[in-house]
Design a protein around this ligand. Sequence first.
Ligand code: NAX
Length: 328
Amino acid sequence: STTPVNVTVTGAAGQIGYALLFRIASGQLLGPDTPVKLRLLEIPQGVKAAVGIAMELDDCAFGLLAGIDIFDNPTDGFDGANVALLVGARPRTAGMERSDLLTANGGIFAPQGAAINAGAADDIRVLVVGNPANTNALVAAAHAPDVPAERFSAMTRLDHNRALHQLAKKAGADLSDVRRLTIWGNHSATQYPDIFHAEIAGRPAVEVVADQDWLESDFIPTVAKRGAAIIDARGASSAASAANAAIDHVHSWVNGTPEGDWTSAAIVSDGSYGVPAGLISSFPVTSTGGHWQIVPDLEIDAFSRDRIDASVAELIDERDAVSKLGLL
Ligand code: NAX
């Protein structure tokens, strides 16, 4: 179809925004046959920089870019949106208590959810990137009662991609041979990257690697703490890799996941795997027809159970905290 898809990006003038917008406009989000209209949402102080990015987008002469509009309020920013990438958030600053962080982000994601409810297109799909991503998605979804909860998701695809690389490197395998990895739980240091169902060139990953010590003391902490390692090395948080993961997430959601494989995304729980229904938690997921499905019936051993439970406990804590703050 030649009708452009409206893609709203919040935090458009930030570092992830800068890495993301050019890839969306070049067709990597929705494919080479789908024109896009960008709706850039910033806070008033970010608008001038967003105008500059729009100038650069114009200067790329992307054939698929059907228009760019810039907004400083969510009501206009989400009007008619088909896809919304919620990147802008309030970062944790030194000395900030968790309740301060959740309150500040509630002040962003509650009105954005309400604006999505009021004005987004019927097929709206929302990806929350801004941290704390799972709980921000929960808050946004709670303020959009007319939008099915399954249309709200939070990003663990960067964690998934980080895990893919680490496992392929350890096994000396091609990335394309690694399948069925899973990130469970929260996009935080408690996340659990699970290789017990993973395969490398068709063989169980745990047989190929067969190194429990590596799994516990290297793989899991390396994946979970990769964000901090990037900040340490680069002096700035992950941006291009985060943008890449956001592209991957939406592309998988809209265009489907390959037969025989799955990916990871934080989506609303239906109670699967002991994750309380309604929480937005990362699961192994496939997508067909534009809908995520949680991969069913995986066996979870005691080692995995403990780690999934720990991350889910953190999500329950965050949910209870935003609930107490009146944000749900
Ligand atoms: P930046 O600080 O570079 O950019 C954030 C932008 O958001 C700024 O331009 C700011 O003006 C804008 N903004 C703030 N409040 C807004 C609002 N209410 N409406 C619209 N725009 C608003 O941060 P950046 O490095 O781009 O990171 C953005 C978010 O992604 C952060 O919350 C960060 O923690 C999170 N990340 C999430 C990841 C994930 O895997 N889920 C990984 C990367 C990243 O750490």
